[in-house]
Design a protein around this ligand. Structure first.
Ligand code: NAD
Length: 291
């Protein structure tokens, strides 16, 4: 069984980004610049944004963290995005989700200039992805593709089953795996909360991607022997014995499933780290596109 280690794979991706950044920063007289907006003080969002900022520094990017109180008016946030759209020194803009209920996520996403949309959530980038045109791919499914590439997992002609159809993970994941790409060309089945015979379908998967947000949902009896298991799930589960009072759990029951899998991602230390690698790749691309 191969452990698909996000620490190892993301370090390799980051090393290559760092090398390219060193060369390009000299040529273009400035490094790539990511602007991250954080609204409110949701614990998980704070952690994600802090990690994104730290990773930017590690590869030689500039980063700006713009914080707003949870009760910020929607138009103030939208105006800030417009200001960043018009700022030539900013290459990538991300707004950490989820946002407070009174702010429309759709409006926020659609206000970001698609050329700076390094999260790949803008409908223009989503449409380009569907048509196989160059686009910013949402960082998590992009990170999964980078992980498959790093470990040279054979995908061509395989049956991939994706559990979850969200715009940020499941749906773009299903499109990438079915696309004519070096680590695509799978036959893909996408499952969701209304799929009645989920166990049967999962048992047919050569590659199973779990992205539903239900800790330990995928059990051994849902997995074919030798399958490749990609666990996207990240859920904070309360645990008094843990230092922080919670533990991060994936969607896969790792212990029992790893006994049957040919390759599997751990949680934490798997897809989460690759998501950051995907975001950094997108930011570097946005920077290069601007010259
Ligand atoms: P979401 O809630 O938007 O979507 C969940 C999807 O799972 C939905 O499409 C739903 O139909 C499906 N689903 C729910 N219950 C199901 C069931 N019983 N059977 C089949 N399908 C079911 O969630 P999301 O934003 O796509 O995130 C999914 C998980 O991935 C979460 O745990 C989230 O925290 C995690 N996540 C991780 C990363 C990362 O970097 N690793 C990034 C984004 C999201």
């Amino acid at each position: 069984m191969i452990l698909l280690d996000g620490k190892v794979a993301s370090a390799a991706v980051k090393e290559s980004i760092k090398k390219e950044t060193t060369v390009l920063s000299k040529a273009y007289l400035r490094p790539p610049h990511l602007a991250a907006i954080l609204v409110g003080n949701n614990g998980a969002s704070e952690t994600y944004v802090a990690s994104k900022v730290k990773n930017c520094e590690e590869v030689g990017f500039l980063s700006s963290l713009i914080r707003f109180e949870a009760d910020i008016a929607e138009d103030v946030l939208l105006n800030k995005i417009i200001e960043l759209n018009n700022d030539a020194s900013v290459d990538g803009i991300l707004v950490q989700l989820p946002l407070p209920k009174h702010i429309s996520e759709a409006k926020v996403i659609e206000t970001i200039n698609p050329a700076k949309d390094v999260d790949g959530f803008h409908p223009i980038n989503a449409g380009k992805l569907v048509q196989g045109l160059p686009s910013f791919v949402p960082a998590t499914p992009y990170g999964v593709m980078l992980l498959l590439e790093h470990y040279n997992i054979s995908t061509k002609g395989k049956h991939a089953v994706v559990i979850g159809r969200s715009n940020i993970v499941g749906r773009p994941m299903s499109i990438l795996l079915s696309s004519n790409l070096p680590y695509g060309n799978c036959t893909v089945t996408i499952c969701h909360s209304h799929t009645p015979n989920l166990n049967e379908i999962c048992l047919q998967a050569d590659i199973l991607v779990a992205a539903l947000g239900k800790p330990g949902f995928v059990k051994q009896d849902m997995v074919k022997k030798g399958a490749v298991i990609i666990d996207v799930g990240i859920t904070r589960v309360t645990d008094e014995t843990a230092k922080k009072g919670f533990r991060i759990k994936g969607d896969v029951a790792f212990g029992e499933v790893s006994a049957k899998a040919s390759a599997i991602t751990p949680v934490p230390g798997g897809v989460g780290l690759m998501t950051i690698a995907g975001l950094l790749k997108n930011t570097l691309q946005a920077y290069k596109n601007s010259y």
